[in-house]
Structure formats: C-alpha cells, structure tokens
Design a protein around this ligand. Structure first.
Ligand SMILES: Cc1ncc(COP(=O)(O)O)c(C=O)c1O
Length: 444
C-alpha cells in the first residue's frame, strides 16, 4: 500500500482527536460512528462494528459502497484523465450528455453539469432568469429543501421557523435570495384538518392567488421537489403536480423539478415518468455520479440555454471520472437496478404496513421505490409528533447495526433509503433491526 495512504489509515484515536480540532462541519446529523470501509449495503466503523446503511450516505450511493462495476470503469479511466477544465471537450462529457438526453422526457435534450446540487439548482434558476422576462421572484413550496449555497439556501426550509426554531439558513438572510413560498400539499397533516383532496384544492387556490396578486410580475420559475425529502418524505400528489403544470403554463413561468433525490430512487429514472408531468427544467445530483461528485440540469428544447459567455463557469464542471461512473450507473439502472428498486420498495412497503399493525406509532408510511419515510406519532388520531422517540429509534438503530436517516421539519420522520441494490434478505434484516429498535424505544 502507498506509504501516505498507510499513514492516513493508521491514524489512531488520539491522532484523530487532535486532527479533529482542524475540522469545521456545517451540518448533517452528528454523533454517528467514524466510518472506515464499506461494501454493498454495509459499512464498518473504525472499531469494526458493522451497519446496514439506510441513508446510502446522503442518498448518494445507489450501487452501495465500493461497487466493483464503478470501481472497474473508474480505475481504467483515471489512467487517462480525472478532471479537465470546462472549456475543453471530452468524450466522456459528450457520451454522458447524450445518454441523459436520450433517457430524459421527450423534448429535453440539453445538459449542463456542476459538482454539487446547490449550484445545479442555481444553474436552473439562471436558465429561468434567461427565459422569463419581466420577472424577479422565484416561488418554492413550504418545507422544501434545495441546498445551502447562497442562491439556493433561501428556498430551503432551514431558512424558516418551520421546525420551531430559526436554523442555520436564517443566519445568512442578508446574502440569500428571498423566495415566495406557497403551501405544500402535505395531505397527512394540514393546518385546516380537511381531507386530502380538499387540501390539494386549497393549496392550488392559494398558489393561484399568490401568482396572481401576491407577487410582483410573474414568477421567474417555480421550484418543486416532486417528493419533499428533507422536509419529511412528502410525496406530492399526482393531481397537484398536474395542476401546477397548468398554472405554470397559464402564468407563463417555468416549472423546475428538483429531482436530486428522486432521480432513479423512485423506481423510474425521472419523476416525469412516475407522475406523468413534464417540467421545463430537471435538476439532478447526489447519486448521479455513481458515488462520485456530479450534479446538473437538463432543459427543454424550447428554452434558451447557456452561452459560453461566462454564464456558468466552474473549474470542476468537467470531472471525466464522475462522467464515466455516471455512465456505468445509468447502464446498471436500466439493466436491473431500477426494477430491483421497484420490487424491494414494494416489499418493504408491505412489510412496514404489517409492522404498523403492532406499532400504531408508525402513523404514516410514505413509499415510492426505495424513497421511504415513516412518520412517528403518539396516536394515529391526534397525530401528535414523536420527535424524541424518533431520534431515540435512530440511535437505537446505530447500536443494532443499522443507520437510518432522520428528517422532516418536525423531526419525526425516519428515512429508510438503502442503496438500490439491496436484496430481499437484506430488506428482512432492515425490518428486523427496525423492529428491534422500535421495541426498545416504544415498548420500554
Ligand atoms: C432536493 C435537494 N435539492 C438540493 C440539494 C442540495 O444538494 P447538495 O447537497 O449536493 O448541494 C439536496 C441535498 O440534500 C436535496 O435533497
């Protein structure tokens, strides 16, 4: 092994503690183990404790840890190139752009890359600004999350008091864009206690009012996560998205789908295929690079795109190693992984509903492919949130060898989003560890 790599791998706890003084971390659910190596859906910490990872590391490892297929293609490729500047063309960029255009909804054929989701959302905002004249304000939904870059942060719920406290996003309000927010059709709970269909109608009516009289000019664009992931795994109803499409057309503004978390994970490449609604701009990221950093946008043929006039210039927008990893990921998704995602998602969903018969605290189970959230409540009727208990279940999971995600603006949603290659046997293990963790917290 390389001498330097050996030195890094051999750092002991005292050396790490000292070095940690130099580390500044801006977010993430803290307090987890220090991870050392992984394979498939499993990861091991520095003390060799094993975990099944239901976070896929911020939902980015669709093919699991240290995937052989990705490692092989990247190993071959990096003998030639790893990164080249955006101004130079490369075969991997030609190939991946064409492949994504072929897979994207009809009429969406131009692709632009960044290395992070926040900058990709900003790229989508720039395209909106180029194409929608006499407009200033962007619209987003309550409880949305679109990143923490300065351009995207104002659109994220962390810039509100949604969860009862002013979070990090509000520290930078003087630097971030103001977004106009409209109610999200979170049909499981709504402030008016009306039924789901009525609430969808109310959200649409309130949004129409905002478009018409609550905003100067027309919206530059409307940012929507088809499934609000960070906000609590809230699956937006199909009818709502269809009606929003019509509203965007009527008000001559652009509809942007932030598919950074849904791309592939819902068992379809794109939300347009899943919901039957085609936006004007699609934003993708996280898993797109097959585990390597990559994000980007795909835009409608009807739109004016970027020109090479310094409109979108990033040093790392042409990472050829990420491009080849991404190309292999797309191939595998098509070959078998999307189907596995649909099957394992359906399997977990039915087993979770069985489990909910014994655990009424599992108030709502929301599943699309392997995009799964369980909302914990004290009582299914009152829907009072179980915030501390949800955190405790996640922590009990760590002790039981499983890493769950935690989310929702009310912090009471457990996220179960394993790599898309998860097997049925591994799903059984996830369910068994979940039950053990719930039992230790809810039946103590
Ligand atoms: C829907 C959505 N949009 C944007 C982002 C921001 O992406 P990144 O963290 O790569 O900047 C995230 C990240 O969690 C996300 O879930």
């Amino acid at each position: 092994m390389n001498k330097l790599l050996k030195e890094i791998y051999n750092m002991d706890k005292a050396a790490m503690k000292k070095a940690a003084e130099n580390v500044m971390v801006g977010g993430g659910t803290r307090g987890g183990p220090i991870l050392a190596r992984g394979k498939g859906v499993r990861v091991w910490d520095i003390d060799d404790n094993e975990y099944i990872d239901c976070t896929s590391q911020s939902w980015a490892l669709y093919l699991g840890y240290a995937n052989d297929e990705i490692n092989d293609i990247v190993r071959d490729h990096i003998e030639n190139l790893t990164h080249i500047h955006q101004g130079f063309d490369s075969k991997p960029r030609f190939y991946l752009s064409q492949r994504l255009a072929q897979l994207a909804p009809e009429g969406m054929n131009r692709v632009s890359f960044t290395v992070g989701g926040g900058p990709a959302v900003e790229a989508a905002m720039k395209i909106c600004a180029k194409n929608v004249p006499h407009a200033r304000d962007f619209v987003c939904l309550y409880d949305s999350y679109h990143g923490t870059s300065l351009g995207s942060m104002g659109a994220s719920w962390i810039s509100t008091k949604a969860n009862g406290e002013y979070m990090g996003g509000t520290s930078f309000l003087s630097l971030t864009r103001p977004f106009i927010r409209v109610p999200n059709p979170y049909t499981y709970r709504n402030p008016y206690n009306v039924d789901a269909e009525t609430y969808i109608d109310m959200c649409l009516t309130m949004t129409r009012e905002v478009f018409q009289r609550g905003i100067a000019g027309r919206p530059v664009g409307v940012l929507i996560e088809p499934i609000q992931a960070s906000g609590g795994q809230i699956i937006l109803p199909k009818r709502y998205l269809q009606e929003m499409r019509k509203l965007c057309n009527e008000f001559e503004t652009l509809m942007v789908f932030d598919e950074i978390q849904t791309f592939g994970r819902i068992g379809e490449m794109f939300a347009a295929d899943y919901f039957g609604v085609t936006p004007d701009i699609i934003v993708i990221g996280k898993a797109l690079g097959g585990g390597f950093p990559l994000a980007g946008i795909i835009i409608s043929d009807q739109l004016e795109g970027f020109t090479p006039n310094a409109e979108e210039l990033h040093t790392f927008a042409n990472p050829t190693a990420s491009f080849v990893a991404s190309a292999r990921l797309l191939e595998l998704l098509e070959e078998w992984v999307l189907e596995n995602c649909r099957n394992m998602g359906a399997y977990l969903n039915s087993k979770l509903h069985e489990l909910a018969k014994d655990y009424p605290e599992m108030g709502d189970i929301r599943q699309a492919g392997l995009h799964i959230g369980v909302e914990f409540v004290a009582d299914p009727k009152t829907k009072e949130t179980l915030e501390k208990e949800t955190v405790d279940i996640r922590n009990a999971g760590m002790k039981n060898g499983i890493i769950f995600g935690l989310g929702g603006v009310r912090r009471n949603v457990l996220k179960i989003k394993p790599p898309l290659i998860v097997s049925q046997q591994e799903c059984d293990e996830i369910l068994e560890k979940l039950e053990k963790s719930m039992k230790s917290v809810l039946r103590r």
